[in-house]
Ligand binder design. Structure first.
Ligand code: AHM
Ligand code: MG
Length: 276
């Protein structure tokens, strides 16, 4: 199966990523196309994935948060990747991840053209979560091999957590009001890497948001590399995603590195937000 081949290549790369991180935490004195400063590890991981993924016959296009333009190698699926998500967490030794979206179209394109998505979480243990063909599964990555942990994951019915990015005085009045109501009911958990924050929503239920900011109306996170794959996983697990208006999967970014406000989690919580 061509999709499983892509998942397996990502899993196979996880042990070397973990191994190399300790020596690549320094700055590379460069910026990525959205203006984040890059660490040596960001560039190294991007090159590793580009090489491994384009070797697959089934993949024809590789796009990454860490490079301006796509790489192509003929016909096939398009893979969009955030090689090291939350890399600012490397210095403080908090969690980071790798995010992958597999599209049946050239990029950029609508999230409706995703046919699979996955992420690796480099936590106390390395896990991988995949969404494909209607189901979300979690694996332990054991020496590069995928060992099933949980099959057919759905969001817990009773939400427990919330995590909101950005500083409060940069939030819009509408989002501040929403945050007030959520805070009284649920526990705060914000880790600063999208993947760890989303994985705990998938595990305990709740809402994660990186909202529209006054200083940045499109928020921080990138549509193709972060929002689409996360939305695909959360929606496949029975949750909802939104940019404040429509599902993140309905967004068709004009440019590869466009950003979007991001709200994902339990259906009831995302609906409340959209009805404000
Ligand atoms: P990165 O992929 O370049 O590391 O940046 C994205 C990260 C997300 O993982 C996380 O949700 C967000 O940026 C955290 O931002 P902040 O530092 O503003 O809390
Ligand atoms: Mg990221």
């Amino acid at each position: 199966n061509m999709i499983e081949d892509i998942f397996n290549i990502i899993a196979k790369s996880a042990p070397s990523i973990r191994h190399e991180l300790s020596t690549r935490r320094g700055s590379s004195n460069t910026q990525n196309p959205t203006g984040d400063s890059q660490l040596a590890a960001d560039i190294w991981a991007d090159n590793l994935f580009a090489e491994k993924i384009l070797e697959l016959d089934s993949v024809g296009l590789y796009a990454s948060e860490e490079r301006e333009n796509v790489l192509t190698s003929g016909d096939g699926f398009s893979v969009a990747i955030d090689p090291l998500d939350g890399s600012s967490n490397l210095l403080s030794n908090n969690m980071i991840g790798t995010i992958v979206g597999v599209y049946d179209s050239i990029l950029p394109t609508s999230g409706r053209n995703l046919i699979a998505a996955a992420y690796v979480l480099y936590g106390p243990i390395t896990t991988m979560v995949t969404a494909y063909s209607g189901s979300v599964n979690e694996y332990v990555v054991d020496q590069g091999n995928l060992r099933p942990l949980r099959k057919g994951i759905t969001l817990p019915k009773k939400p427990q957590l919330y995590g909101f990015g950005g500083t409060e005085n940069d939030w819009t009045p509408k989002f501040k009001k929403y945050a007030e109501s959520i805070r009284n009911e649920f526990k705060p958990r914000y880790g600063g890497s999208l993947i760890s924050d989303v994985n705990q929503i998938l595990t305990y239920g709740g809402i994660f948001a990186y909202p529209a900011l006054i200083s940045s109306p499109t928020g921080k996170l990138r549509t193709l590399f972060e929002a689409h794959p996360v939305a695909y996983i959360i929606e496949t697990a029975g949750g909802l995603s939104s940019n404040g208006d429509v599902s993140l999967l309905d967004l068709s970014p004009e440019n590869l590195h466009d950003r979007t406000p991001l709200y994902v989690g339990n259906k009831t919580l995302i609906e409340e937000l959209s009805n404000l």
